[in-house]
Design a protein around this ligand. Sequence first.
Ligand code: FAD
Length: 399
Amino acid sequence: MAELVINHNRCNLCGKCITVCPFNAISMHGGKIEISAGCKMCKLCSKNCPEQAIDFIDKKRTVVNKEEWKGILVFVENFEGNIHPVTFELIGKANEIAKSINHPIYCLIIGDQISHQTNKLLKYPVNKVFLYEDKELKHFRVDTYTNIFEDCIRTVKPSVILVGATLIGRSLAPRVAARFRTGLTADCTSLEVRENTDLVQIRPAFGGNIMAQIITPYSRPQIATVRHKVMTPTKQADFPLGKVERCFVTPEKLNSKITIRKVMIKEELPSISDVEVLIAAGRGVRGLKDLSLFEELATLLGGQLATTRPLVEMGWVHYSKQIGLSGRTVKPKLIITCGISGAVQFMAGMSASECIIAINKDRNAPIFGQAHYAVIGDIYEVVPLLIEKIKKTRDTNGI
Ligand SMILES: Cc1cc2nc3c(=O)[nH]c(=O)nc-3n(C[C@H](O)[C@H](O)[C@H](O)COP(=O)(O)OP(=O)(O)OC[C@H]3O[C@@H](n4cnc5c(N)ncnc54)[C@H](O)[C@@H]3O)c2cc1C
């Protein structure tokens, strides 16, 4: 790993390095030159410094002994006595990975009075649950939880760590990765493992145009976050054999700069990720008022309306309704897409749906490549007909 080191005794603050940096990564603060994370190590500053005050130091990369890191550790997010469902999806993936490299599966659970939760976890193919309990850990505080996570990793030395890409997971995982100066891949859509225990972390990149395969070959642990509903939940183990290890929480791990004054539960409609039926509207919809048509169909089928990104960008619907790479991942039993072309960024968020019915007037629309049923037609003709048909059938059957 290379590093640029400024010799402040030699630097006369001429500012030449600031001018030559093509990445705007150098600035002057408090009478000192600073190099930010935007630096790409092009060395132009070092070469152009008249005082030779910037040294490029090429440190030899330290390579970790992979044999010393064993196990797949799943972070168990829990709130008010409920384990987040992404946990069981992560255990499912951990199980697949563990089988191919013959590693154990561990869970880490942090909180207060949560020991009963470990019984739920032990029904699954988990070898050991590491339990950290303390009243100070009742609510998530990123600094204390990072300390505890670090403690667990130093004890267990897991090769792979899986964390849900929830609000908490997204805040916690990068901090943990930074403590170990190791890699983290966010929002993985698929995970594979090589014989040498390198985790192949697959996720869309460059706006969804490529599926990047990311590995962490020089450091351990390897950390990946995965969104809820991307992986399949695991089944309970036939012969659960796991154990609980209660871990000691030292007082200094609980030092926090965060004070929690009040915890309030936000009233929310079920998220589009949690419903079984979705009617997804796209740019084929001509105006905001027309959305009521698709909302009516959604209500009739006991589902919710969701949309593509352009409708969110036009301000027609709230972001929480957006499906896709930069929106929510959904896996409903039924999704009917109306006037949606099927761009990769949209498909990335819904391709695992159980039944996809696509309505589009363009027979060459990419969405038809993934739909289970294709309706080639105008949404303004097909959807009203569908609504009428459902209502008639219900009237006839007295529903
Ligand atoms: C980094 C990045 C992230 C992105 N993230 C997301 C994301 O999370 N979610 C997302 O959705 N997009 C995302 N996008 C945008 C994405 O690339 C597409 O632009 C978007 O999904 C297109 O939405 P659409 O299918 O509604 O519109 P269009 O692609 O314009 O398709 C409209 C479709 O409607 C059909 N149509 C028109 N009129 C009718 C009619 N009367 N009856 C039937 N069919 C009709 C047309 O034939 C067409 O196929 C992202 C893009 C980038 C670069």
